[in-house]
Design a protein around this ligand. Structure first.
Ligand code: BV8
Ligand code: ZN
Length: 243
């Protein structure tokens, strides 16, 4: 699968992964836009917005609580585990659009959560923010200050966390290889990251079961699922220690 690029992989010092919902699909977490597409008769574009939240916090919270429970019961798959293992052989950074925390649970240390985390909950008013891995008895849950709590995710129309986004741009612009896994690249500004990598001379590789809007720009594009395509990387990269 990786033949066309294995030399560059062996020589690469800095490898950056850009991941989306597709890498967690084999952990049983529905993607956004795939045929297993997310939930109910509502369009995530209409639910994952600040307006939807203030219009009907209970409905939005029902959607997030159901996803949270599914995510808390899910486990990392060989795709996540491989990326974590590669940290033994190379400088690896993970720029993820996912909010499920599975990269961290698989052992990845350098994870940048571009769209926040469903595990972290924050107050809509005061500065309360904490990881919450239990369920909530009433929805929407309230903060001690009396205001509604929200998932610490980036909704459509909201800015990405400034520090995370700046680090992601630096990582994308200074890597030797970028591997884009399980994302339709439909959402900006995350979908600019492969453009920055290419502009700075990196080889860009796509691992996806379907074509995306950037497939034609890729140096290599592997039409395979993440948990099948990624494990081979360890064998290739571990054949030569660098640094
Ligand atoms: C911003 C968190 C500016 C919440 C998410 C017009 C109107 C309004 C807005 C816009 C507009 N045009 C552009 C915008 C900007 C907007 C945007 O890009 N909209 C798109 C939809 C057009 N972006 C924003 O609003 C961003 N903010 O721009 O702010 C700003 C600046 C300053 C001040 C104020 C504002 C914020 C975007 C973040 C939104 N939040 N998630 C939640 O999760 O509930 S985005 C959401 O989509 C998820 O994070 C998800 O990860 C992301 C991208 O989707 P993918 O991960 O790619 O998932 P998808 O289902 O699409 O694809 C899965 C892929 O995997 C497929 O290709 C499939 O083939 C593949 N696959 C499936 N199974 C496998 C597989 N591959 C391999 N193996 C498998 N087994
Ligand atoms: Zn509060």
């Amino acid at each position: 699968m990786w033949d066309g690029i294995s030399d560059r992989l062996v020589q690469a010092e800095k490898i950056v992964f850009v991941t989306g919902a597709g890498i967690s699909q084999e952990s049983g977490i529905p993607t956004f836009r795939g045929k297993d597409g997310l939930w109910r008769r509502y369009d995530p574009m209409k639910l994952a917005t600040i307006d939807a939240f203030y219009e009907d916090p209970k409905l939005v919270w029902e959607w997030y609580e159901e996803r949270r429970q599914n995510i808390l019961n899910a486990s990392p798959n060989p795709g996540h585990v491989t990326i974590a293992e590669l940290e033994k052989y190379r400088q690896v950074s993970v720029l993820t659009q996912n909010i499920d925390g599975l990269h961290q649970r698989a052992g990845s240390k350098n994870v940048y959560e571009l769209h926040g985390s469903i595990i972290t909950i924050k107050c809509t008013v005061c500065d309360f923010k904490d990881k919450v891995t239990t369920g909530f008895s009433t929805l929407p849950p309230l903060c001690k200050c009396g205001n509604i709590l929200r998932p610490d995710v980036v909704w459509f129309g909201e800015a990405l966390p400034q520090d995370v986004w700046e680090s992601a741009m630096v990582k994308a612009s200074s890597c030797d290889i970028m591997i884009v896994v399980g994302t339709s690249l439909a959402v900006s500004p995350a979908n600019l990251l492969p453009v920055y990598a290419k502009q700075n001379g990196a080889a860009i590789i796509e691992v996806n079961i379907e074509k995306t809007q950037m497939s034609s720009e890729m140096d290599l594009y592997i039409r395979e699922s993440a948990s099948k395509a990624l494990p081979e990387l360890v064998e290739i990269v571990s054949s030569k220690k660098i640094g």
